[in-house]
Design a protein around this ligand. Sequence first.
Ligand SMILES: NC(=O)c1ccc[n+]([C@@H]2O[C@H](COP(=O)([O-])OP(=O)(O)OC[C@H]3O[C@@H](n4cnc5c(N)ncnc54)[C@H](OP(=O)(O)O)[C@@H]3O)[C@@H](O)[C@H]2O)c1
Length: 281
Amino acid sequence: MRILITGANGQLGCDLQRTLASHELILMDIPTFDLTKSSCEEQVASAQSDLVIHAAAYTDVDGAEHQPDLAMAVNAQGTEWVARGAARAKARLIYISTDYVFDGLKKTPYLEFDMANPLNQYGKSKLEGERRALDLCPNSLVVRTSWLYGTHGKNFVNTMMRLAVEQPELRVVADQRGCPTNAADLAQALAQMLRVNMRGIVHATGTGDCTWYELASAIVSVMGRQNPIHPITTAEAGRRAARPGYSVLANRVLKQSGITLPHWRDSLVQFVKSAAASAAE
Ligand SMILES: NC(=O)c1ccc[n+]([C@@H]2O[C@H](COP(=O)([O-])OP(=O)(O)OC[C@H]3O[C@@H](n4cnc5c(N)ncnc54)[C@H](OP(=O)(O)O)[C@@H]3O)[C@@H](O)[C@H]2O)c1
């Protein structure tokens, strides 16, 4: 299959490249492929791929509060151009989206058809991207994931591994609950999804859920360190963007197709151990 990946150098893009290496891959990313420029539609259309995995995005959640227009330009207008290009090429489109489309007021895992109501600019721009992907490319699938981490890029797990070495004590938010998702696991699940003709919206996260505090505790424990970790509230963390207190996604549609991602704790143990081994080399 001929697969175009946008955001190919991002966190998920790097794992997609590895997982889908047996396919013919067309890799696109900024600066030669820029979602703020209408030319990206032609780039996608002329690539004549069978599938477009649109993983490129403006992903700075707090930054989007300062730059809502840029977040909307990249995540909504940019996605519109990608969707139009994919439709012209008669390609399937997979748009990667986020748990931050939800407001977190629900107390049980979010289903694919639950009402979205984003609390922050990033979530609003990603939700608008979902709508344009679904409206403009007849053969599109929205895959919502959450709390993504991988070897490449800035993410909570990499940050905590660094801080555990640099700082004697840590303070971590304990009143937000979600599903940590290893980017390599998501890439594997996406590869499985290609074999099933799915459309609409699918939730795809690591199995199980936890708070950021519980995730940090697990990271420090796997590292074999003793840093005391102090639970703090979202208000005490003082981040610019509001975040949902509960954004656990139920992977109901995925499970119905027989696809599951590993439990977050199992993936985390492997990830942290392998990062420690690489650092020791
Ligand atoms: N990270 C998470 O926790 C998380 C959670 C839920 C959903 N998601 C979604 O999952 C997808 C992949 O996330 P990720 O963590 O892999 O993100 P990432 O590492 O930030 O990668 C995104 C890629 O998009 C590129 N990009 C940014 N602005 C662009 C533009 N104007 N034109 C073209 N490319 C541009 C980035 O380039 P630069 O690095 O040069 O900016 C980067 O290569 C995104 O759609 C994101 O919204 C992420």
